[in-house]
Design a binder for this molecule. Sequence first.
Ligand SMILES: Nc1ncnc2c1ncn2[C@@H]1O[C@H](COP(=O)(O)OP(=O)(O)OP(=O)(O)O)[C@@H](O)[C@H]1O
Length: 214
Amino acid sequence: MGRQKIEVCNVSKKFGDSVVLDKVSLELNGGKIYGIVGYNGSGKTVLFKCICGFYRTDKGAIKINGQVMHKDIDILKGAGIIIEEPGYIRNFSGIKNLECLYRICNKPNRKYLKTVMTKVGLNPNSRKPVCHYSLGMRQRLAIAQATMENQEILILDEPMNGLDKRSVSDMRNFFEELKEQGKLILLASHNKDDIELLCDEVYEMDMGRLSRLR
Ligand SMILES: Nc1ncnc2c1ncn2[C@@H]1O[C@H](COP(=O)(O)OP(=O)(O)OP(=O)(O)O)[C@@H](O)[C@H]1O
């Protein structure tokens, strides 16, 4: 499969009278990690939802490998996505939840799921139900879920949420490994330090306007 490309071309979006995205442009390519920082409510999640095809833009276009969103395609396919906290079946273990989700599209490969769980630092043999997971464990499971189908595009809104310093550093290594495989990774974070080391390009969203920090 060729390198993935996402183009956000002069995109604007309003909710009522409030401008949430203001002429945002961005080009993303496979084999790189992109970070977006910004205050609460600055528009990061709305941009991610537009890229995924969950929201329509008012102006401008989003192209996925040259295909225009809501014209040539309806939704971003082939992507692992974390936007807001995923819902899990609370009394099932972590691996059982992944198996159920995986089964929607695929035949679960337990061995591969175990590898992914181990990569994110969860014990795949643990029978602990998800309702007893800590915030950080749930976040690790969300990262496992986003990556378990080996998707070429990863859209991760606050993937480091609730993770302690050591876990953040483990996840950095994991994301770097995925980048080396040529995957396109887009992250949002409130924490500049979290993504400073990891990202090839860093952008800031401020009241719907996107500017490049480096
Ligand atoms: N469905 C919606 N209807 C109306 N307003 C919305 C909707 N979704 C988001 N907004 C508004 O758009 C603005 C940007 O929200 P967004 O969730 O993108 O912020 P964010 O940068 O991701 O914030 P955070 O860092 O808190 O996650 C906010 O003012 C929010 O209230």
